[in-house]
Ligand binder design. Structure first.
Ligand code: UD1
Ligand code: CA
Length: 458
């Protein structure tokens, strides 16, 4: 029997108060809809249909042809949302699991478990429920004196007594395709919100079919994300899961609640991550590196025994034994060699350095190819922009660049060059030369007294 999944993601997410539709909103920099979609892909489900409506193009963009789409032009409620899959689904024989796009913590194991349970039990409809300490906002499960499910009542429609019920509707259902649409067509508009509630299928199907429940123990996995506060809670759960996985793999994380690591980050054993650090994108951190505190790394590769402290590293590579920071900024394809030192207030953009090069303080290195063992003195700057175009600087090996030097690009500096401090270099420097590009100093004997006003009476 084929297995299908329907994911509801057509709603606006009014309670979010964001421009992006709720199910596209990022959690740990990944759109919410991708969580549930990935987990369905990992499960035994054969085909996925995603119901989209509000800003549907955003979802077409995000999910491409990973799923089929059903469009709900007007958001008339969860019952109506499932009904719009009728043309796609009714003629396909099989079982369908219905899930909500706003449940990012559901994993593929839960999906497999509830589908098997539904089939093994021979249910026609299985509703997945759980107990919540604070069930506010969720639909409540109404059971009869034998403990069988009778129906689901939405929070706003609950009586005072019903509000005490802690067992809630997770929004996950498993149902046979052949019965689903006949039941959906019987749902009537709920007068309170003027919507067609999917939850009504319980009462409708109970009349003629077998309706059962699957009670999930890990209630946090089915939390629904409705507002930005819920986003922060979902994020906290995901952060904990990811950090724990890395710690069990031999990564030492200090104060893990302040450390955020993205899903696609690879970290080797014996790495230390200090507090207030974020590592995201396709970053790779090799063994013995020390990252943080107060550091952001995005889509970058950090090699063995590198230290990055109080710094920002975006789309860049740092080779072995190099130290970055404090307060350095690498971006846009910076490629720093081994045994380098990139220190306080140094920015490196779209530039490479050879092994053993140092820029210890206050420098800007942009659009530059630098050789080995180069020393950028404090305050050295590659002047790469003339107001219209960017130009390149090429620096050889073993070059000493004195403090406060401007290297006006396009420029080429040969190997073993020495540039005097305070130079503004506009012409290429040949191998082995000493370049001095500044005015000569004049000392006027005894002249200073003409400029310094004598102090009055003290
Ligand atoms: C829903 C359930 C509630 C359950 C809770 C679990 C109903 C009526 N209520 O409430 O019993 O406890 O989820 O989290 O089903 N959507 C559409 N089209 C629509 C309306 C919604 O696609 O016309 C989508 C939304 O994009 C969202 C999902 O359905 O992803 C759930 O909608 P939401 O408004 O968040 O429902 P809840 O009020 O949370
Ligand atoms: Ca919800």
């Amino acid at each position: 029997m084929k297995k299908y999944a329907v994911v509801l993601a057509a709603g606006k997410g009014t309670r979010m108060k964001t421009e992006l539709p709720k199910c596209a909103f990022p959690i740990l920099k990944k759109p919410m809809i991708e969580y549930i979609t990935e987990n369905i892909e990992k499960s035994n489900v054969d085909e996925i249909i995603t119901v989209v409506g509000h800003k549907k193009e955003v979802f077409f963009d995000l999910l491409q042809d990973r799923v089929e789409y059903a469009v709900q032009e007007e958001q008339l409620g969860t019952g109506h949302a499932v009904l719009v899959t009728k043309d796609l689904l009714e003629r396909r024989r099989g079982t369908t699991i219905i899930l909500l796009g706003d449940m990012p913590l559901v994993d593929y194991k839960v999906i497999n478990k509830v589908i098997s349970y539904h089939t093994d039990r021979g249910n026609d409809l299985t509703v997945v429920t759980t107990s919540m300490e604070n069930p506010k906002g969720y639909g409540r499960i109404i059971r009869n004196e034998y403990g069988n499910i009778e129906g689901i009542v939405e929070h706003i429609n609950c009586t005072k007594e019903q509000k005490q019920i802690k067992e809630i509707n997770t929004g996950i259902y498993v149902v046979s395709n052949s019965l689903l649409f006949k039941a959906l067509e019987k749902i009537e508009k709920n007068p309170t919100k003027g919507e067609y509630y999917l939850t009504d299928i319980v009462e409708i199907m109970k009349k003629d079919y077998v309706v059962g429940t699957f009670v999930l123990r890990d209630s946090y996995k089915v939390m629904g994300v409705n507002d930005l506060f819920n986003i922060s809670i979902a994020e906290k759960h995901l952060r904990e899961q990811i950090n724990k996985m890395h710690m069990l793999n031999g990564v030492s994380i200090i104060n893990p609640e302040t450390v955020t690591i993205g899903h696609n980050v690879l970290i080797e054993e014996n790495v230390t991550i200090n507090p207030n650090t974020t590592i995201t994108g396709d970053s790779v951190i090799k063994t013995k590196a020390v990252i943080g505190p107060n550091t952001e790394i995005h889509s970058s590769t950090i090699y063995e025994s590198v230290e990055v402290r109080h710094s920002l590293v975006y789309d860049s590579t740092v080779h072995e034994n190099t130290t970055i920071g404090p307060f350095a900024h690498l971006r846009n394809g910076a490629n720093i060699g081994a045994n380098n030192r990139i220190g306080n207030f140094v920015e490196v953009k779209k530039s490479s350095t050879g092994d053993g090069t140092k820029a210890a303080h206050l420098a800007y290195i942009g659009d530059t190819v630098t050789g080995k063992n180069v020393n950028f003195g404090c305050g050295s700057i590659t002047v790469n922009y003339d107001g219209i175009n960017k130009h390149q600087t090429i620096i050889g090996d073993d070059v000493f660049i004195g403090c406060n030097t401007n290297l006006v690009a396009p420029l080429s500096v040969g190997d073993k060059v020495f540039i005097a401090a305070g130079s503004t270099v506009t012409k290429d420097i040949p191998k082995g030369a000493l370049a001095i590009a500044r005015n000569k100093q004049i000392n006027k004997a005894d002249y200073a007294k003409n400029l310094i006003k004598p102090k009055d009476d003290q």
